[in-house]
Design a binder for this molecule. Structure first.
Ligand code: ADP
Ligand code: MG
Length: 699
């Protein structure tokens, strides 16, 4: 097996090796040019690629092709067409044209569009993204595509992502030229998303309506053991989990996804997978695919992979770390401090641009990770708070301080800096204890955005990050573009210094989980947008509309449509959760409470019939306690039903989401308390669903 991995790796991908062997030389060159520098693809090239793709796909058992796209839901979409083309004599040939490769026309009317389609054509079209490789899955050739309305409005996540990557490329390349690094032709962004997940037994899963409908448990008392022993993190893999992870790796490798690291996470039944980083849009596509393959492989192993941000109360939920950096076409990581003063200057200017971007656009970064599921994690002492701040580590913070105070930084010592001297000598990577509580941490040669939820696409955070950084880089370029060469060093120094002074409020190296920090953050004037409905209105703040329209990432209509979709999606999720809870408690749980009361009462009566003066105090006590809880549950159900109906009837999308968040969610919490209390009194055999201890410790 191990020897075959290099051969197996990417065997289902239409990658460079396949292209080179299947395409005529000139066509291969033309395609490479399109991929590397985004030039327009001519139809003859597309035709040639289509022929090669079809040939390769059919050789590898594919009968169909699909334009694979990412609508504004959490999942990907696909419609399969076979390659067959009737020849008129009752026979068929396998056929695929450049036109079919480049453009598809799925009916867009059933995907979320936030009102965009009310004003435009109902149909949308998909357009091939040649920068993300096509692949074969389950007998179908998958072609990664962007999804737009007929008039060009983005209906997906890939379109704005590609736009944001192009924008950052243009702005960063320009700034590099201005500061003297003239050889750079392109700047790409790179992403390595670490993915957390839970595994539960499939048979147990099927018995829980909350897991089936909502992906998380809505009721359930804690298991006797949780994560307090700290024995799961990096613990030895149990055989069933190890077998799953092995299969998962193999499936991902076949698809050219460089799965690298796997381990147990903090909570029982929780695990993590991290790939080697890649270009952002490939990493985004791969993460979508990884989540899908995780679920599929789990099914084969009699397991279910839960990607929800908070499947279980009382133990950690799951997130995703978005490791992010910028890389030149020569392969230089711009966020790597480097060894020479010139490299350091370049590093520092881009580093401060990122700090400025995070400070000025903290609200939209927060929004980029906002979801009903992630609301259960952020700020709950297991994930970063809802306040976005930057961690730099002690040494780098010292470096910035020395620049701010016009001191020359030398190792751990700061000395007076001569005006006009080289900005910085080399400094070593900060090896201090890595701060795990920071939402946005510098980790040596990249930033790690740690607020992402496990279930969501990583597209949005990267769209926002790329665009915000592009804007700050643009502002820097504007300030430096007319500076003569002999004054450049001073100008850069002043610019870095001013940026540090203006934006140091966003830098925080302490423990982000404490209340003191939240207090301090408020004093510093940082946003603390606690929940999704608290955060979303900032999406349509003027400064943000200005940012996204300026760089044509989103039109104003696209911004508004997304706002509407996100609010609606939040309310819909809470509505489903409320309905599921009502159904589970009313139809399954309460009857089991009554059944147990009945059983206990029967026991008491039976006892009395045998020994007339026997004590039935314990039965009486239990019946009283259960009856009281049953009354609470019944009242709680009534309240939840009524408040959900009221929320549902609220017209305005923001008021609607607010009603679910402030009223329905707290009704659910209240009801849960009584249910969980009753659950602990009822024997497992009488409970209508498997409890936490079975779910968390069964695999
Ligand atoms: P950790 O200690 O968090 O596991 P690693 O160095 O192993 O840190 O990196 C975690 C993730 O960061 C991996 O997916 C890795 O590929 C990714 N990564 C490393 N360098 C970069 C980079 N320059 N740009 C984007 N992601 C990167
Ligand atoms: Mg990490």
């Amino acid at each position: 097996m191990a020897q075959n991995i290099p051969e197996l790796y990417g065997s289902l991908v239409f990658n460079d090796k396949v292209m080179r062997s299947k395409l005529p030389k000139d066509m291969y060159k033309a395609l490479k040019k399109t991929i590397e520098s985004g030039t327009h693809l001519e139809l003859d090239v597309a035709n040639s690629v289509a022929v090669a793709m079809k040939e390769w796909a059919t050789e590898n058992g594919a009968t169909h092709y699909t334009h694979w796209f990412q609508p504004m839901t959490n999942v990907t979409a696909e419609k399969h067409d076979s390659f067959i083309s009737p020849t008129g004599d009752g026979q068929v040939i396998m056929d695929f044209s450049g036109k079919e490769l480049v453009k598809g026309e799925p009916d867009a009317s059933s995907f979320p569009s936030g009102g965009l389609r009310a004003t435009f054509e109902a149909r949308g079209y998909t357009a091939w993204d040649p920068t993300s490789p096509a692949f074969i899955k389950d007998g179908t050739l998958y072609i990664p595509t962007a999804f737009c309305s007929y008039s060009g409005e983005a209906l997906d996540k890939k379109t704005p992502l590609l736009r944001s990557m192009q924008t950052l490329d243009k702005e960063a390349t320009n700034l590099l030229h201005i500061i003297g690094n003239k050889d750079v032709k392109h700047v790409n962004t790179t992403v390595g998303p670490e993915q957390e997940y839970f595994l539960v037994d499939k048979e147990l899963y099927k018995q829980r309506k909350d897991l089936v409908f909502c992906g998380r448990t809505l009721i359930g008392a804690p298991a006797p053991k949780g994560q307090e022993m700290e024995d799961h993190y990096f613990g030895a893999l149990k055989p069933r989990v190890a077998a799953y992870m092995h299969d998962l790796d193999v499936e991902l490798w076949k698809l050219g996804i460089p799965a690298k690291t796997k381990h147990n996470e903090v909570a029982p039944a929780q695990h993590e997978l991290a790939p080697v980083f890649d270009t952002t849009n490939v990493a985004v596509d791969h993460n979508q695919l990884t989540m899908e393959v995780m679920k599929k492989v789990a099914d084969k192993h009699g397991l279910v992979c839960l990607l929800h941000e908070k499947p279980f109360e009382g133990i950690n939920g799951s997130g995703k770390h978005n490791n992010w950096s910028m890389i030149t076409d020569a392969g230089v990581n711009i966020l790597d401090p480097g060894k020479t003063p010139a490299e350091n200057t370049q590093f520092l200017i881009f580093l401060t641009a990122v700090i400025k971007a995070v400070d000025e656009y903290a609200d939209v970064l927060r929004i980029s990770v906002a979801s009903a599921g992630n609301d259960h994690r952020l700020g709950a002492n297991e994930a970063p708070p809802a306040v976005v701040s930057v961690f730099l580590g002690d040494e780098l913070t010292e470096v910035l301080k020395s620049i701010e105070n016009d001191e020359y930084f030398a190792g751990s010592r700061a000395v007076q800096m001569d005006i006009g001297a080289k900005v910085l000598p080399h400094f070593v990577k900060d090896n201090t204890d890595r701060n795990r509580t920071s939402p946005f941490a510098f980790t040596g040669n990249k930033f790690e955005f740690r607020m992402l939820g496990s279930e969501a696409s990583v597209a949005n955070p990267n769209i926002i990050l790329n665009t915000a950084v592009a804007e700050c880089v643009h502002q820097f370029a504007e300030q430096l573009k007319d500076v003569p060469e002999d004054k450049m060093e001073d100008a850069i120094h002043e610019l870095i210094k001013k940026t540090i002074i203006d934006h140091k409020r966003v830098i925080f190296n302490g423990n982000g989980y404490t209340d003191e920090w939240i207090e301090e953050a408020t004093k510093r004037g940082l946003f603390n947008l606690k929940s999704t409905p608290d955060a979303l209105p900032q999406w349509i703040a003027d400064k943000n509309i200005e940012l996204f329209t300026k760089y044509h990432i989103f039109t104003k209509e696209e911004i508004e449509s997304r706002y509407e979709i996100w609010l609606e999606s939040y309310s819909k999720i809470l509505n489903i959760e409320s309905n599921t809870m009502v159904e589970m408690v009313q139809k399954d749980f309460l009857p089991s409470v009554f059944a147990y009361i009945d059983k206990v009462a029967a026991t008491a009566v039976a006892k009395k019939s045998v020994v007339s003066d026997v004590s039935t105090a314990s039965e009486g006590k239990l019946i009283k306690e259960l009856s009281q809880l049953a009354d609470e549950i019944s009242t709680g159900l009534e309240t939840l039903r009524a408040d959900t109906a009221k929320a549902l009837a609220t017209e305005d999308p923001l008021a609607n989401a607010k009603a679910y968040q402030t009223v329905v969610l707290s009704d659910m919490d209240e009801l849960r308390k009584s249910v969980d209390a009753a659950e602990t009194l009822i024997p497992d055999a009488l409970l209508p669903y498997p409890t936490y201890d079975k779910l968390l410790f069964s695999v």
